[in-house]
Design a binder for this molecule. Structure first.
Ligand code: DGJ
Length: 531
């Protein structure tokens, strides 16, 4: 089998695993659990029961290089062995210089040597502060992105990890790596260390200006305007009020590029970065310099070894965030999202509407037993989203993953085409999917039932032949062909794929033809147009 890779299909990035297109039906485990093989033991069976095909797990710099130059990979090897034994693929999350805009996962020998590995300074001379985040006083300090020694040592450790994976993981259980975690600086829009100040006074690199101009169409309006009105060549003169953030994004991405490139030189797995979102705040209130959607063009120019940008979605506006992260042909890859009662509908929508490469709720091992409200409050998250107070039902989530998992070859064969579409209750105004002369709609207000998250995915295999995955919705069909204005169902089968073959369990007709789908259900039918 070949190494997992990113390929381009009609201008879209697809992921090949064991030589076949792959979708990570996944979850991210709580980050400390993967530091211990005994802690991981009970997690694997839960993942199998949920019909996930992969799991995202943290591997930290602290864990693999506890003393400088002394590497240990026993836990990494154990994680790979455990995953392989349970038939799951792994995505590793490299917690190096950054984890949630702080450096808590860096080794002690890095943390205790601030001369060699200086911290970022939110104010001149001050490398530590308390972030007031949604009423939570979060202590924060992080390594400076402007220290070559930090970059060199982070890249050296990551390269050692990748070299080891190449030797140990010969059957490719590890399929990709996230490089760092939620990079950026909290507490100020830019680092004010002497090293950073020096760079800030320099000219903006021409390659950045060129790259931004090449993407003027997608650039945030303030950046576009700044470029057209620049009064000089330095960061402040070119980018005006956005200068601090662009500057931080460029140098943070440069650090990440050095780390990712060093890893890829050893073992070129797909690599991506994740992002703490803007959430209506100012740079520094969210990590300044991280790959937020308005900085994607900057990151793309600085970090060509990064294959895509991935949003961590804990905000109520799930659909808007997905839209923002699919500009620049960026494939939707959700490495973290809230594990609340809306997760199942969002999974269906992400795959069906955005042709996502990954959907991974955070803290997946706690599904059904803990709302994100308590966890969110503990990490300073905005907990005003009412959805956070609903639990995701484990069996429902497992069933959807089972149905989707069996359909991966079929789904990915339609990725990048209008043959695969989906709608969700969160966008009630967009509840119709159009396939040539047939429209399939889904109503989400089901008479007699309380409002609840739902989604509907439809896949056209041949003209007028469909599979439909419905969850808490009422699908309907109509003709878009004025010559044949009436649409009727021919045989509707309910069933699922087993070992790659459609296996019907029964036929729906009469009362049941008025589809009113509560539990996740997969249907196969043909539409007949007449009149
Ligand atoms: C986002 C981070 O990326 C994760 O590592 C984790 O801390 C979650 N937040 C917790 O909600």
């Amino acid at each position: 089998m070949s190494i997992p890779k990113v390929v381009n299909k009609d201008g879209r990035k697809m992921l090949l695993v064991d030589d076949h297109p792959f979708i990570l039906l996944s979850g991210e485990a709580h980050n400390s659990v993967s530091s211990s093989l005994p802690w991981m033991e009970p997690v694997w069976e839960k993942m199998r029961d949920l019909h996930l095909n992969s799991l995202l797990l943290a591997v930290s710099w602290q864990m693999i290089e506890p003393q400088e130059g002394v590497f240990r990979f026993d836990v990494v090897d154990g994680l790979i062995d455990q995953a392989r034994a349970h038939g799951l693929k792994l995505g590793l999350l490299w917690f190096g210089s950054w984890k949630n805009a702080s450096c808590s996962y860096a080794p002690d020998w890095v943390k205790t040597d601030p001369r060699r590995f200086p911290r970022a300074e939110q104010e001149k001379g001050s490398p530590f502060f308390y972030a007031d985040f949604h009423g939570f006083r979060m202590p924060n300090t992080t390594l400076s992105a402007f220290c070559e020694e930090t970059t060199r040592c982070d890249a050296r450790a990551f390269a050692a990890l990748c070299r080891h994976l190449k030797e140990y993981d010969t059957d490719h259980t590890v399929i990709l790596i996230q490089v760092e975690n939620e990079t950026g600086l909290l507490g100020a829009a830019r680092d004010h260390s002497d090293a950073a100040d020096e760079k800030f006074a320099e000219k903006v690199p021409e390659e950045l200006i060129r790259a931004l101009k090449a993407h003027e169409g997608s650039l945030a309006p303030d950046l576009r305007e700044a470029l057209s009105r620049r009064s000089g060549d330095t960061w402040g003169e070119v980018f005006g009020s956005a200068a601090d953030e662009v500057f931080m994004a460029w140098y943070t991405a440069k650090h990440v590029e050095a780390v990712a490139a060093a890893g890829k030189a050893e073992y070129p797995l797909p690599m991506y970065v994740n992002c703490w979102l803007v959430q209506g705040l100012q740079p520094g209130q969210y990590p300044s310099g991280g790959p937020v959607d308005r900085m994607m063009e900057v990151w793309q120019a600085a970090a060509p070894s990064v294959d895509w940008f991935a949003p961590d979605i804990y905000v109520p506006d799930f659909c808007g965030t997905c839209d923002a992260y699919t500009k620049l042909n960026n494939p939707l890859f959700i490495p973290e999202t809230a594990l609340h009662g809306g997760a199942a509908a969002r999974l269906i929508y992400a795959v069906g509407h955005h042709h996502a490469l990954c959907f991974a709720p955070f803290g997946i091992e706690d599904i059904g037993s803990l709302t994100d409200t308590s966890l969110g409050a503990a990490v300073g998250m905005d907990t005003s989203d009412a959805a956070l107070r609903s639990l995701m039902d484990r069996d429902t989530y497992a069933r959807i993953n089972r149905l989707l998992g069996q359909m991966i070859p079929l789904l990915t064969s339609a990725y990048g085409t209008p043959r695969l579409q989906a709608v969700i209750h969160e966008r009630p105004e967009e509840n119709e999917m159009r396939f040539g002369s047939v429209a399939i709609s889904a109503a989400f207000a089901i008479p007699g039932q309380p409002a609840a998250p739902g989604a509907c995915l439809a896949l056209e295999t041949e003209e007028h032949d469909f599979y439909l995955l419905g969850y808490r919705c009422m699908p309907g069909i109509r003709s878009l062909d004025p010559g044949h204005p009436y649409a009727e169902f021919l045989t509707i089968e309910e069933g699922e794929f087993m070992d790659g073959r459609w296996t019907p369990s029964g036929i729906l007709n009469g009362d049941e033809e008025h589809l009113r789908i509560d539990q996740p259900t997969l249907l196969k039918f043909r539409v007949h147009l007449l009149g």
